[in-house]
Ligand binder design. Structure first.
Ligand code: GLY
Length: 564
């Protein structure tokens, strides 16, 4: 063969293999898998699996690592939920949602005239809830981990102390904070190196204060955060800046183990988070409705399909607004009724396939809430699985933190209903179950979910995205269970969102045809196009082939499905 042709073919082959390995659609493994929004963090989790740790050890290590490498949502200053299924198919959950401080009241965001003060519940020191992440990870590890606590915290300390490559996404955020006149001083200097210069992409980013904080947590466990030096510094920071969180708030914070919400879908078992997350209840409600649909008529992406999904979402979110809140304060929530097949039958009869229903703004509604949350999914070689979603609420939470401690506080108080009795068509809600009260947990939409088949984990899935979380997880579960899509496809195909009020059907631009949009409008829907919904992180397990398949949403440029 002509030598030029040979070289040309060789170069083509190299290009093909390089592209194939870097744009690989999904990751396969036999011994364990971690999927998260940041590859460094996923690798920390897999290193723990390789050391002999189980899925809980790896999830805890990944969550601490995300607090270092993915600080917009990875955290030790926020809270979240963990669903755990062991190799025998037993499922439990850990609730480490933030709590309202002891001094909180249901009028704390109102002025003297009883009017809501703009943004006080979202972007102020009073928006910070008592953090739950360290207590939650500690409880999960104490009960279900295998390696020592020090071993699972250490990878995050290494990332903070030795540094890691400052990527373009972090740089993009860093520049945005420099350009934003309203950004806090803490965030303006957050991405500076020791010389006080803004880090550039490709540089090594070290976080010595965060490394010190994590070292205290490694050495003293839960109490390293909620008592002693860190607690004293948090309480002083709050006092100096007009906050209300005290040492007593920290000392009394406890994570709670709760029974999962359980549902079924055509022979699969669905396990997800109970209140104070609304995720599990709404997910099961919607799957029950979908189980009644005739999928021969309801083709994926068709007008009928999108219409039916929308009507399922509208109803589940209306129930969310009416009934759900912290179970420790709302002891009579009708969870069994809402998640029953009989209730789905009743709801099914109400749906008119030719017309959109109308969300009644005189009844219930809810605020659009923060999108910056992050999810990680883990499975180990024995079949243990963890689905963990945690959050700071907004991207970089309250944007507040003590430079001495090196981490960012949440602004989760914004997830409470801010003004008793005031519900508006724009989405502000004032119903009782989710009003502020001392030590109450704010209602969440986080939906960490595990689907089981014959008593084994089959799908581990979750997403960030505020209220869109429930709907993007719902559609991804449906894509895997009903349409048999591989996990990557299930994550990437069209997602839509409706959350009762405002009465708007949100869809991913470019993924819904103009003709379908027109027919949906003709049925009475108002449509808004969004670039992207969700950032799903999922793993499926094929019990016959004994292969794990993982995929991280392409919306997360630094995400990583790492297996071994
Ligand atoms: N902060 C978002 C959620 O908890 O749903």
């Amino acid at each position: 063969m002509n030598p030029f042709k040979k070289i040309f073919l060789f170069v083509l082959t190299v290009i093909f293999f390089v592209s194939f390995s870097t744009i690989r659609a999904q990751t396969y493994a036999k011994n364990g898998m971690v999927v998260s929004s940041d590859r460094n963090a996923s690798e920390s989790g897999v290193a723990i699996l390789k050391k002999g740790g189980n899925a809980v050890d790896a999830a805890v290590a990944t969550a601490f690592a995300l607090a270092v490498t993915h600080p917009s949502a990875g955290n030790i200053g926020g809270g979240g939920f963990l669903v755990y299924m062991n190799a025998n198919g037993e499922v439990t959950t850990i609730d480490f949602r933030e709590k309202a401080p002891l001094a909180a009241t249901n009028e704390m965001y109102l002025d003297k005239e009883g009017i809501l003060v703009e943004d006080l519940n979202h972007m102020s020191i009073k928006a910070i809830g008592v953090p739950g992440t360290v207590a939650g990870l500690y409880l999960a590890h104490q009960k279900y981990g295998k390696l020592s606590w020090a071993e699972v915290v250490q990878p995050a300390i290494d990332l903070a102390a030795n540094g890691f490559i400052f990527n373009w996404s972090l740089y993009d955020d860093a520049v945005a904070f420099q350009m934003d006149a309203s950004a806090t001083a803490f965030m303006k200097s957050y991405f500076h190196n020791e010389m006080g210069e803004l880090l550039q992409p490709g540089m090594n980013w070290k976080q010595p204060q965060l490394a010190k904080t994590l070292t205290l947590i490694r050495d003293k466990g839960r109490d390293g955060f909620y008592k002693g030096e860190i607690a004293t510094k948090i309480a002083s920071f709050m006092k100096e800046n007009g906050g209300i969180i005290t040492k007593k708030d920290l000392d009394t914070y406890e994570a709670i183990e709760r029974k999962p919400i359980r549902g079924t879908y055509k022979g699969f078992d669905i396990y997800s988070m109970p209140p104070p997350s609304s995720g599990g209840v709404a997910l099961v409600e919607m799957l029950n409705l979908m189980e009644l649909a005739d999928f021969k008529e309801l083709e994926f992406n068709s007008t009928d399909y999108v219409h039916f999904l929308t009507e399922a979402m509208r109803r589940a979110f209306a129930d969310r607004a009416q009934y759900l809140g912290d179970p420790d304060f709302n002891i009579d929530m009708p969870l069994d009724h809402l998640t029953s097949k009989a209730f789905a039958q009743k709801r099914f009869q109400e749906i008119d396939m030719s017309r959109a229903s109308v969300s009644d703004s005189t009844k219930f509604g809810q605020l659009y809430d923060g999108e910056s949350t992050t999810h990680l999914s883990v499975m180990d070689k024995d079949g243990n699985a963890v689905s963990l979603t945690y959050t700071l609420e907004y991207s970089y939470g309250s944007q507040l933190g003590s430079p001495e401690l090196g981490f960012i506080f949440n602004n989760e108080m914004g997830d409470f209903n801010p003004q008793p009795g005031v519900t508006k068509s724009d989405g502000q809600i004032g119903t009782a179950p989710n009003l502020v009260a001392p030590e109450k947990r704010m209602l969440s939409s986080m939906t960490p979910t595990i689907v089981g088949k014959n008593g084994k984990a089959y799908l581990v899935i979750g997403s960030p995205g505020g209220r869109t979380i429930i709907n993007t997880v719902f559609q991804t579960v449906l894509n895997v269970l009903e349409f048999d899509m591989p996990i990557r496809k299930a994550i990437e195909v069209l997602k839509i969102h409706h959350h009762w009020l405002p009465d708007v059907l949100v869809y991913e631009k470019y993924l819904l045809s103009p003709d379908t949009r027109k027919s949906l409008e003709n049925r009475g829907h108002t449509l808004w196009g969004y670039d992207n919904l969700g950032a799903l992180m999922g793993i499926t397990y094929d019990p016959k082939k004994m292969i794990l398949t993982g995929a991280s949403d392409s919306s997360q440029p630094d995400g990583g499905a790492v297996g071994y």
